[in-house]
Design a protein around this ligand. Structure first.
Ligand code: NAD
Length: 428
């Protein structure tokens, strides 16, 4: 409970610091420090073995001033209103920094989805929509998948909503399966987005990307496509990836001195991002300790697994050669470690800019749903690249112009845009 409360306190603290630097009006601060609306409800579900279990559900809408609230639904056993509030607030800044016309929201259910049968999951998804359908919608609030939820679940939720409102409404939710209203390119979107911002950072630092080497933490959705994109688009060498081994219940780093082949490694990785280490060994890969990824003599670190991985202790192991940290994960760097990176002159691409590719293609999904016309994959990537590049350059420009750290500059751009929309709508 204490940790979860901290997530929202941390989100508020980050906001307060930037609000101070921006000299934001105290009345405006008070509006933005809290969610606009929050809903808590019960979702009773009939279980396959008989009886009814009641689950706690949440939906928090932090802001809808720039457009409908947007953000995922997490099914997690330790979900609380405070985690959901924090994540909803971060979504407001993420959508604003990439300048998509959406606000910030997040939802959740207190449940371990692994304990439910597929039929129970479907009833829970439909029940969640049944409780909140009056307050979500393509013009109000658009959920998406997140931890513990899948495209199939989004398909059920979209179907339930469409039945309740009496018309086909694919735009109520994103992250739907292909053929069920989903967009091509959503799977690769976050990882490729990381690489578009990394490419821009390298241009700025005048690095020849083909001569750079990178280490990745995690090998799930974000990291797999970031590693593939780094290798394929930038010609860089992926030295290693780390992952959580589901059999041994510990983490390892999989490496190869002359560079790993991310496509091959992906072919021996399960849906949870756990690599088959025996097959990796047979193919000549080395299996090293969990921490090995952060100690490598590389130019780029891409933390793309969990929060708090670059912390007060681990930051001491970061090689002096590292020039860029591209934050694929949400919150991978603690404030203490951030100070060290800043002092050492490491160029950080902050999380809510670096990993905004996912929500950007979710936005594209909604646009395609509205038109009932679907773009080819190449068009999705082209538009994603434009959005990510332009967002990166707005943040860089402010960072250079005002001599502020990239993370602070990203907050300033995002908060500035939200406040501007409040002014334009006559709220303040
Ligand atoms: P995922 O579940 O697909 O993959 C997570 C990976 O991290 C797996 O390979 C797992 O083995 C590894 N991992 C877990 N614990 C580890 C540890 N202790 N050490 C090393 N590796 C470990 O998750 P994902 O979708 O790739 O998300 C990764 C991060 O990116 C999360 O912080 C998520 O919130 C963030 N993010 C994801 C998206 C998206 O579109 N998927 C968008 C924005 C942000």
């Amino acid at each position: 409970m204490a940790e979860m409360t901290n997530a929202f306190q941390m989100a508020q603290q980050q906001f307060d610091e930037v609000a101070e630097q921006l000299n934001l009006d105290p009345d405006v601060r008070e509006i933005l420090r809290w969610p606009t609306r929050e809903f808590r409800f019960q979702v009773p579900v009939r279980m396959d073995r008989g009886g009814i279990r009641t689950f706690q559900g949440f939906r928090v809408q932090h802001s809808d001033v720039r457009g409908p609230s947007k953000g995922g639904i997490r099914f997690h056993s330790s979900e609380t209103i405070d985690t959901v509030r924090a994540l909803a607030m971060w979504m407001t800044w993420k959508c604003a920094v990439v300048d998509i016309p959406l606000g910030g929201g997040k939802g959740g259910v207190v449940v371990d989805p692994a304990t439910l049968t597929p039929a129970e999951k479907e009833r829970l998804c439909r029940g969640w929509v049944g409780q909140i359908y009056r307050n979500i919608g393509p013009r109000q609030d658009v959920p998406a998948p997140d931890v513990g939820t899948t495209p199939q679940m989004m398909g059920w939720m979209m179907d339930e909503y469409s039945k309740l409102v009496g018309e086909y409404s694919p735009g109520v939710i994103t992250g739907k399966p292909l053929g069920g209203g989903g967009s091509l390119g959503r799977t690769e979107a976050t990882g490729f987005g990381v690489i578009y911002t990394l490419r821009e950072a390298m241009k700025h630092l005048k690095l020849d990307s083909t001569k750079t080497r990178a280490a990745f933490q995690g090998f799930g959705n974000v990291s797999q496509y970031a590693a593939i994109g780094y290798h394929r688009f930038l010609g860089g060498t992926v030295v290693c990836v780390s992952y959580w081994d589901r059999d041994d219940r510990t983490s390892y780093t999989v490496s190869k001195q002359d560079g790993i082949d991310p496509v091959f490694l992906q072919s021996i990785t399960d849906q949870y991002g756990s690599i088959n280490k025996d097959q990796a060994r047979q193919a000549g890969y080395q299996i090293e300790s969990a921490d090995a990824w952060i100690e490598k003599d590389v130019d780029v670190l891409v933390p793309a697994a969990l929060e708090g991985q670059i912390n007060e202790q681990s930051v001491q192991k970061v090689s002096a050669k590292v020039k860029i940290v591209a934050e694929g994960a949400n919150g991978p760097t603690t404030p203490e470690a951030d100070e060290v990176l800043k002092k050492n002159g490491v160029f950080v691409i902050p999380d809510f800019l670096c990993n905004a590719g996912g929500v950007t293609v979710s936005y594209f999904e909604g646009v395609q749903n509205d038109m009932n016309y679907y773009w080819p994959k190449v068009e999705v990537f082209e538009k994603l690249d434009q959005k990510m590049t332009s967002a990166f350059n707005s943040v860089l420009e402010l960072s250079e112009g005002e001599h502020v750290y990239m993370r602070d500059a990203a907050y300033m751009v995002a908060i500035g845009r939200v406040v501007k929309a409040m002014e334009l709508r006559g709220w303040i």
